[in-house]
Design a protein around this ligand. Structure first.
Ligand SMILES: Nc1ncnc2c1ncn2[C@@H]1O[C@H](COP(=O)(O)OP(=O)(O)OP(=O)(O)O)[C@@H](O)[C@H]1O
Length: 239
């Protein structure tokens, strides 16, 4: 099991961001991590990637505890945060070389060429990150996340800001990556979940309200659309 989360909670001051959540994730399929704004998705991802500590409970990535073994966790995980914090003054190739140096990658030039090809960055590879359009910045963030070939990939809204052609290309790439990796994908786009996720977790107000395969979730909800299931489980009716 690549990700094992048990009874995990995070409180910011008075605010309970996540409240005793437990789930597991395996390689071989994409796990969609859904929930309304403020549900606790980013908080969970930040704990899994060792950016912030939990208040209680445990989380393990590839057998390593996020609290006691954060170096190993970081070594096994690639993370594309929602607000993709790139070094805007660096060139695309230079930034990838930097990741290669951190991870002590053999033959970094070869790997740089591979991920540039994989992420469709060929025409942009000699530009500064700060000069890229939003969609290409997203691709550059994804290139950095997959650079060290991590076993676990955590992607927070990876297709936000991409044009429809790029969306299809990135979804195809994510699906391919998931064949050999554990991929957790946070998104608000239900069509995206239906296109690439086999497993779905829905979180609402810090608690998990669904954890199922997409097909079983539909069966349990009379074959309703994922959008309607989401609305039913999270009570996010707009009046
Ligand atoms: N640094 C912080 N300090 C205080 N409260 C925070 C902090 N970060 C998050 N929160 C609160 O924790 C709750 C969960 O936030 P989180 O960002 O995890 O939600 P999310 O599901 O990722 O939302 P979104 O879909 O809007 O990105 C929210 O109520 C949020 O206001």
């Amino acid at each position: 099991m690549s990700i094992v989360v048990e009874n995990l909670s995070k409180t910011y001051g008075e605010q309970k961001a996540i409240n005793g959540i437990s789930f597991q994730a395996l390689p071989g399929s994409v796990l969609g991590f859904l929930g309304p704004n403020g549900a606790g998705k980013s908080t969970t991802m930040k704990i899994l990637t060792c950016f912030i500590p939990q208040t209680s409970g445990t989380a393990r990535v590839c057998g390593f505890d996020v609290s006691t073994d954060s170096m190993e966790v970081r070594r096994h995980i690639g993370y594309l945060p929602e607000h993709n914090p790139l070094y805007l003054e660096m060139y695309v190739r230079e930034a990838l070389g930097f990741i290669g140096a951190i991870h002590k990658i053999d033959q970094p030039e070869k790997r740089i060429n591979e991920v540039i090809e994989l992420c469709g960055l060929g025409d942009e590879q000699n530009k500064k990150l700060g000069a890229l359009s939003k969609g290409y910045r997203q691709r550059a963030g994804l290139a950095q996340a997959i650079f060290a070939d991590p076993k676990v990939l955590i992607l927070d809204e990876p297709t936000s800001g991409l044009d429809p052609n790029q969306v299809i290309a990135i979804r195809t790439l994510i699906r391919d990556l998931a064949k050999t990796k554990t991929v957790i994908l946070s998104t608000h786009i239900m069509q995206e979940v239906e296109a690439i996720c086999e497993q779905v977790i829905i979180i609402n107000k810090g608690k998990i309200v669904a954890d199922d395969t997409l097909s079983d979730l539909r069966l349990k909800h009379n074959n309703k659309s994922l959008e309607n299931i989401f609305i039913e489980l999270t009570g996010s009716h707009v009046h």
